[in-house]
Write a protein that binds this ligand. Structure first.
Ligand code: GAR
Length: 201
């Protein structure tokens, strides 16, 4: 049976577009049921409109409590019978209650080799630190930030010719192929989770 995915994003949405493209090229057998966006100005909203994906605009300040904010999101997830939540540049921390409710059904992409360079500026921090190797991590989401069992990790070398912009390009290009691949593995039941360890084929 075809699985329903919700993508949570706050910004540009290049990963959103890559996942939508993978579905239309049949590299990914899934339905993009929903975009959840917490930023009404985010370019990802236009992309979802163009792709004909339902959007839930959930702006935290429009709700008295975080619980109410998340209740609005949960309502949409239930209506669309969502099987998997894909965080793609969603810059808001989900509550432990929310994470527990969707245990092992939320994944995130992060532009570094976790546990190095957690947070919102991973590419810039890795570049300025001077590491020779960074990369992309896709992981299950647990109650901590940029933390949880690692599904896939691919390194990206930083050469002395790289600029911050060239490194950003390399990382984003990699993300756009790695994320649909990880989602497909997960939806096809090819990942085995045991404690913190994820077995991949
Ligand atoms: C991506 O590079 C993703 O790895 C990063 O946000 C970007 C979103 O780009 N996520 C994090 O830093 C999570 N801590 P996009 O809006 O173009 O998909």
């Amino acid at each position: 049976m075809i699985k329903n995915i919700a993508i949570f994003a706050s910004g540009k949405g290049t990963n959103f577009s890559a996942i939508v493209a993978a579905v239309s090229r049949k590299l990914l057998q899934a339905r993009i049921a929903l975009l959840v966006c917490d930023n009404p100005q985010a370019p990802v909203i236009k992309k979802a409109n163009r792709a004909g994906v339902r959007i839930i605009r959930a702006v935290r300040k429009d709700f008295a409590t975080k619980k109410d904010f998340e209740a609005e999101i949960i309502r949409g997830l239930k209506e669309e019978d969502v099987d998997l939540i894909v965080l793609a540049g969603f810059m808001r921390i989900l509550s432990p209650d929310f994470v527990r409710r969707y245990k092992n059904r939320i994944i995130n992409i992060h532009p570094s080799l976790l546990p190095a360079f957690k947070g919102a500026h991973a590419i810039k921090e890795a570049f300025h630190y001077g590491v020779k190797l960074t990369g992309v991590t896709i992981h299950f989401v647990d109650e901590k930030i940029d933390h949880g069992p690692i599904i896939l990790q691919t390194p990206v070398a930083i050469s002395s010719k790289d600029t911050l912009e060239s490194l950003e390009d390399k990382i984003h290009t990699l993300e756009h192929s790695l994320y649909p691949h990880a989602i497909q593995l997960l939806l096809k039941g090819k990942l085995k989770l045991s404690g913190r360890k994820v077995k991949t084929p």
